[in-house]
Design a protein around this ligand. Sequence first.
Ligand code: ATP
Ligand code: MG
Length: 376
Amino acid sequence: MAEILSYLVGGAVRDELLGLEPRERDWVVVGATPEDMKAAGYRPVGKDFPVFLHPRTQEEYALARTERKTAPGYHGFECHAAPDVSLEEDLQRRDLTINAMARTADGEIIDPWGGQQDIEARRLRHVSPAFSEDPVRILRVARFAARFAPLGFRVADDTLTLMRRMVDNGEVDALVPERVWQETCRALGETQPAAFFHVLTDCGALARLFPWLDGDALAPALARLEQAITLQAPPHVRLAAMLTGVPAPQSALERLEQSLPLPRQWRELADLAIRLCPDYDTHNSAETLLTWLESADAFRRPQRLPELLQACAADRLARGHHNPAARQRLEQALDAAQALDTGAIARAAGPGPQAARAIREARREAIARALDLPHE
Ligand code: ATP
Ligand code: MG
C-alpha cells in the first residue's frame, strides 16, 4: 500500500494553538494521486475537488491544490490538484493566516504566512491579495470575528480595507443566498454574533445583505441580540429578537425571506415575535391572555411558547424594563388552560362550534382562576 504523506491543516491547527478543542480535523495530502488514495483504502467524496475519507477515522483528506479565479461570479474557479502541488502552495489559497497553517505528524508547525504571529496578536488577516477572489471570505471573516472576538481577535486593518474594496466592486451581490444564509446562521450561533454584524458594517456589506439592520436600526437590534444570548436563546430565537423592534419589522422579515433561504421554523418564530411582542406584558385579564396564547398557536404547539417568550423578554430587557411576571403569567396561563380535559368538555358541549366555544370558555375560566384575574 502506498505511503500517504498528510498534514493536519486549517481550523484544527488554529484551534490547537489557541488551546481549544478542534471541532473537526482536516488533512492535506501531498504527493499523491486519487489512485494512490483509493489504493490506500480512502473513499472519494469530493464533488468539486479531490477529497477522501480516511478508512478508519472518516476524517477528510484533501489532495493539495491551488485555485485560480478564471471568471467573475461564484463558479469561476479553476482548481488544480496534482502530486506536484506543494503544501505551501495549498496553504496560500486559504483565507486567513490563522487558517493557513499545517502540522506534521511530529508536531512541527508549518506556517509560511505568519499565522502564529497573528494568533499572538489576535489578528484576522488575509493570506494574500487572492483573498478578494471569493466574496464568501467576507462572511467567513465576519463569522470568525463572532467566534473569536471573546478571545480579543480583531480584523486587521488592511484586510478590512480589502473587504471594503470588494464590497465597493459589487462582489457581495455575487454571493449565492445559500452561502450567505449558511454563514449568517453559523454566526448567530457563535459566542459573540454582534461582531459578525459589526464587521459587515465596517466593510459596507451590511447595507447590501441586511438593509433592515442598517443605520439607526443596528444598535437596538444588537442590544436585543445581546439579551437573547444572555437568556441562552438558540440562533433562531436570537434572530427573532433582532427582528422585533426594527422599523417596519414585517417588511424586514419579508425581505429576509425573499433574499435568503430562511427555514420555516425561523420564519414562523420571527413572525410571531413581531406580531406578539408588543402585547407581551400588557395583559390584565384572562381574555387578553387567552387571545395572545391563541394567536401564538400555543395550544397546538406549546413547545414554541418558551422560544417566543425568550424573544419578547430579550426585547424588554434591551429596553431596560423587563417584568419577569409577564413571562410567568403567560406560562401559568398556558399551564392552567392545558390542564383541562378538553375532550370531556367537547363531548359534554355537543357537536361543532358549541364544543369549540365551551373549550374556549373553560380555558378562560381556568386562566382567571389560576391567576386570580377578571375574565374580561
Ligand atoms: P471551523 O472550525 O468552523 O470548521 P475551519 O477553519 O476548519 O473552521 P472550514 O470551513 O472547515 O473552516 O474550512 C477548512 C479550511 O479551509 C479553513 O481553515 C481554511 O483554511 C480553508 N477554507 C475554507 N473555506 C475557504 C474559502 N472560502 N476561502 C479560502 N479558504 C477557505
Ligand atoms: Mg473545519
